[in-house]
Design a binder for this molecule. Structure first.
Ligand SMILES: Cc1cc2nc3c(=O)[nH]c(=O)nc-3n(C[C@H](O)[C@H](O)[C@H](O)COP(=O)(O)O)c2cc1C
Length: 201
C-alpha cells in the first residue's frame, strides 16, 4: 500500500499515525484550574526533548478548535505534573480520558488520591510510580488545527523507592503501560538487552 499523505482526510491520517507511531508511553497529566479544580487526563503523543535541563513535550490537540482543560490549566497556572503510568493503572487512566465538563474534577469523580507537589501548583497522583513536576516553558502550536504542545521543564522528580536502584528506574518493576491505536494498550513482553557497543578503533 502506498498513500500520498496529503490526499488523506484528517481522520484517516490520525488512524495511520496512531497505528505507526507505536508503542507510545502515556503521560497522565494533572493540572489545576485557577479556581482550584484538579484535572487528570492521559496523553500518549509525548516524548522527552532535552536532558539538561530535562524537557518534555506533550501533545494536547484542540477539540473542535477549543483548547482542552489540560492546556488551559497549564497555561493559566504555569505547570503540570506528568504522572507515569504502570500497567496496573490502565483501567483508571482510561477512565480519565472521558470528557468531563470543566467544572467537574476527574480526580474527585474517580476518587483518585492526590499529593501536593513541591514546585508546581497541580498535585501529583499517589498511585503513579513516578511523578515529574513540570514548569510550563511554552506552548507550541502545530498544523491547521493549531494542536497545542506543552513544553515543560521537569523541575522535581518523585520516584517510588521500590523501583529505584543505582540512580536508575528498574523497568522490570515499573512495568510501564504502552498505548497502541485507539482504546488498545499493551504490557511489555520479554526484555532484550544488547551488549554495550564499543567504538571501532
Ligand atoms: C491513553 C490515551 C492517550 C491519549 N493521548 C492523547 C494525546 O496524545 N493528545 C490528545 O490531545 N489527546 C489524547 N487523548 C485524549 C485525551 O485524554 C482526552 O481528550 C481528555 O478528555 C482530555 O482531557 P481534558 O479536556 O480534561 O484536558 C488520549 C486518551 C487516551 C485514553
Amino acid at each position: 500500500m502506498e498513500i500520498d499523505a496529503r490526499s488523506l482526510s484528517q481522520d484517516a491520517t490520525y488512524k495511520l499515525m496512531i497505528g505507526s507511531v507505536v508503542p507510545r508511553p502515556i503521560a497522565w497529566l494533572t493540572t489545576i484550574s485557577p479556581s482550584g479544580l484538579v484535572n487528570a487526563a492521559p496523553f500518549s503523543a509525548y516524548t522527552m526533548v532535552s536532558t539538561r535541563p530535562a524537557i518534555v513535550i506533550v501533545n494536547c490537540a484542540r477539540r473542535a478548535g477549543v483548547s482542552k482543560d489540560t492546556a488551559r490549566n497549564a497555561e493559566a497556572t504555569g505547570g503540570f505534573v506528568l504522572n507515569v503510568v504502570s500497567e496496573d493503572l490502565a483501567s483508571l487512566v482510561h477512565k480519565t480520558a472521558t470528557v468531563y465538563p470543566p467544572d467537574v474534577s476527574e480526580t474527585d469523580a474517580l476518587g483518585i488520591e492526590l499529593i501536593p507537589s513541591r514546585r508546581v501548583c497541580p498535585p501529583r497522583i499517589a498511585v503513579a510510580p513516578v511523578n515529574l513536576e513540570c514548569k510550563l516553558l511554552q506552548i507550541l502550536e502545530f498544523g491547521e488545527e493549531h494542536d497545542q504542545n506543552l513544553v515543560g521543564e521537569v523541575v522535581y522528580f518523585h520516584i517510588r523507592d521500590s523501583i529505584f536502584a543505582n540512580g536508575k528506574i528498574d523497568q522490570t518493576r515499573l512495568r510501564p503501560l504502552a498505548r497502541l491505536g485507539g482504546p488498545t494498550y499493551a504490557r511489555l513482553g520479554e526484555f532484550i538487552t544488547m551488549p554495550v557497543e564499543t567504538p571501532a578503533q
